[in-house]
Design a protein. Sequence first.
Lengths: 384, 539, 250
Amino acid sequence: MIPRALDRGTIVFLALLGAVAIAVPLLNLALPDSSPLHVPTYLVSLFGKYVCFALLALSIDLIWGYCGILSLGHGAFFALGGYAMGMYLMRQIGGRGVYGNPLLPDFMVFLNWKELPLAWWGFSSFPYAMLMVLAVPGLLALVFGWFAFRSRVTGVYFSIITQAMTFALLLAFFRNDFGFGGNNGLTDFKDILGFNVQADGTRAALFATSCLALMLGYVVCRILVASKFGMVLIAIRDAEARARFLGYRVESYKLAVFTISACMAGVAGALYVPQVGIINPGEFSPANSIEAVIWVAVGGRGTLAGAVIGAVLVNYAKTTFTSGALAPYWLFLLGGLFVGVTLWLPRGIVGTIAHWRAGRRITATEDAPDPSGAAVATKPQAAE
Amino acid sequence: MLFVGVSAARADAFDDTLQKFLTDSYTDTEAGVTALGAGGDVRAFAVVKALQDGRLLADPAARRVLIDDGGALKDAATGAVVSPAPPPADLKRVRLNNRLRRAVEAALGALTLRAPDPARRLDAAQAVFKSRDAGALPAVEAALSQETDTRVKSALAMARAAILITSPDAPEAARIEAVGMLRERGDQSALALLSALPPGTPATVQGAADSAAAAIRNRLQIWETAQNAWYGVSLGSVLLLAAIGLAITFGVMGVINMAHGEMVMLGAYTTFVVQEAIRQKAFTFAIPGTGIGFSLPLPAALTLDWSLPIAVPLAFVVTGMVGILIEKSVIRFLYGRPLETLLATWGISLILQQAVRTAFGPTNKEVSNPSWMSGAFELGQLSITYNRLWIVCFSLATFAMLLAMLRWTRLGLEMRAVTQNRGMAACVGIRTARIDALTFGLGSGIAGIAGVALSQIDNVSPNLGQSYIIDSFMVVVFGGVGNLWGTLVGAFTLGIANKFLEPFAGAVLGKIAILVLIILFIQRRPRGLFALKGRAVEA
Amino acid sequence: MDLRTTPALLYLDAVSVSFDGFKALNGLSLTIAPGEMRAIIGPNGAGKTTMMDVITGKTRPDEGEVLFDGSHDLTALDEASIAVLGIGRKFQKPTVFDSHTVEDNLRLALAGDRRARTAVAWRETAAARERMSSILETIRLTAARSRLAGNLSHGQKQWLEIGMLLAQDPKLLLVDEPVAGMTDAETHQTAELLRTINVEKTVVVVEHDMTFVRALGVKVTVLHEGRVLAEGSIDQVSENERVVEVYLGR
């Protein structure tokens, strides 16, 4: 199964990612500030953020691009992973907080709490926290998905209830008594595994780790989609009823891929938090989840590389726009992107290129495949 | 004027009482105040009031009491200005201590009980009810015997009951009778009185009070439930307004419009523009920095009370046009691809929000209530504000009009035909593309109308729509897609459920609970409360 | 329920389904013997598709009994379990996996482990490859084996779907309007194909095209208003007064 997954394109892509993972930290640490090739630390963190977003995009692409499930709640899994990491980082602060309480994070001291809530148990241990990074989003996806898929909630209905799910979590995490820092979230981190999170070396290492996680996520996705599992996913996307009548238990496949995808999003969130230095309830906002979907659409859904490229491109554009005089126009651009991509570039960048190349290769002999699977229907569906 | 109807004998008694203020003794002053309060002299009020304000001066040399009326000194007995004014050194301000102040208040209360203005008498009676000062009892009883106004009379009776029930000296029968009266009154303050009788109250009185308190609690419980239900209906009507347009675009057409909330927002801004034009007496349009613009004068008779009747049709037209524009330029190309429609319309919502932010600024805009929507009235123990009441009526009227339109107009017939069987509709000569655009325009226009109503109770900001979009979808999905009645039931069910959960769970947790419940509900009935069944839907 | 209670392969007794008061099936009783081919005809709304839905587990009947192979209660199973039991269904509108190749469509349909947890490690066997080749021959799509199913012609899609049913190796095939939209030649070939399949498998065909039904030359059941109106050879039912009245027209 592994050889089939690692085709030429995948190997090239992984090699490129690996090169970035090594080059960026090297150019940051080994070169003096004066060198024109020196990558400043803030850029390392910024790139690290892009890589985390790319992993989130990958997780969305796995379910949307291959199985046709549009989740508008993946930001919630991302944020839950982030909170799990944030809780570990909070516990690492120890007695160095403003109030100097060795046990309780500052916000709990401020709320006059006397002891650590049960949910925080074990988060001083890194392995436990990492387990939670996978387990919390995974479990939520498992339970939520079990309910939703079993009762055949599909299409936009699924999208809407995932959006409601992240909205409910947003409201919950905003509350102080929920025990996760309320409005302000978790911040002022000091150490991760004993290293200062602000140090150049730590940031470079976090960047490299994020790249590794992305590579790993990419390989996992490739293995899944290149196997029969992936064939069934695409079959479900194209004709769910047909797959069912062939004897495939569609719910199991959906639940499996949804849970795996949620875990990936959780990992992305966990790596994101130490690099940006904060996690707050805003990450649960429905707008974030939808924005992540458009990264995938821009890059090309159903193409794993497309998800990564889309995430990096859109976020690079966002950074460029929102940091300059053009900031007020960013939302126009982003909104235009949503409209433009769905209208004129349904296959996304990578999908369109692949389609065009495949078309050229085959024109003489046969018909062109449709790698994005964007089934273009023209008739409206009434009351569906 | 102070002399009207004062008999000579009374005047003497009044004069005697005034003498008490000359001795500079707290005991005498108190006796004087109490006597003034108990007596019925019309001049007494001015004297006690002056005493309270520190304007009562004793002139022991002339054995008279003076009132400092803004510099002019008047004789308390005659009301005439004293001239020449005695040298200030001869005058002594009549002093008060805390005990005296209470006596003064009681006396003032008793005197107001006999004021000529019934409204003031009512206030005074209610004040006594609150203070339940035993000293006021004779005054209350005196006033009660002379009172003719029924409202004041019942307020006085209540005040008397309040005093009697707490006074240990009152006869038991009178106290039990008082319990009965308070039980009749049956509100929060009666309950407070009944449940906090002073220690040493006889068991019979205590028993009667306990059972009366229990009865009141029950009644209040019912009123509270009714109040909650009203809040729920009010929230439900807001949800209905927000969701009803969506029930058309999403429910009937199957187009998922994430920019629906922004249509609501545009409707609210239309209201703002209308009100602003009325305030300026001119409608001004200008593109900043270009010098392009114009100004239309409005008739001066146009007041803010007219702003809503103008804004409703205007908002319908504005948002309806925007809706048709969106349908023609984007949605038309995405029929049959609901997930893409969702993304594209989300993009449109971002653009609309930013456009409004650019044009009007990011801050909340002030939209005022017209006079006929301000204020509140009481219905039993219910407090109902006019703006909420209007919104409930308005949302039901909108709903009824929409139903009527779909059922009885040509456009409604064609809409139903197109949504049920597009191919067949096209075959019988309906221009389906035009109907699609009009249906979408209708849904958007109704969202705009909703915006006008919501501008009356919510902040008008570019984010207005965002706060309604999830709730609206929940209502439509919960009620059953494609069924307007389902939307109606869904909206009110969710509104009332929300308000009944709030006391137990708090506003935020209540909302979370509702979301979780809906998510669970959709598992049970994926197609909502009033799902259409059959092959057409399954296909 | 391991006891075989009926010799029939498919046994429907007094099955009723209603949608919002409309009785789609109204006490429908029907038995199909093993190895039989049966044609089912009837006007629109007679309950043909609903009957298929009930047999394949898509719709639960309000009342009545549906037994398969004498011992399996189909009303208690879901679509996937029923498919695994050995009932294959072809939809009215050809439904194939558009972005898979013809081969992959068949590969997914071939009998075998359907579970998600083993799908990642799944390997194709040589026997499966052989079987796929033979099916491709049967449905005349050998030349198109690596084309995308979405790019096939309408008739080819119909055949691919029938091929997928064959690959599934069911005991019973339910075929809904297999020749709708086909040319005369294709219709003729399809009739032949179904007869070939019927050598090994039990087949139920729902069809409107009377020429096609006549070409099949099998026992015909006429449905009307959710119940059986008549049963017999095509000539017998054609002469039935009621059938002529409600369906064939005078």
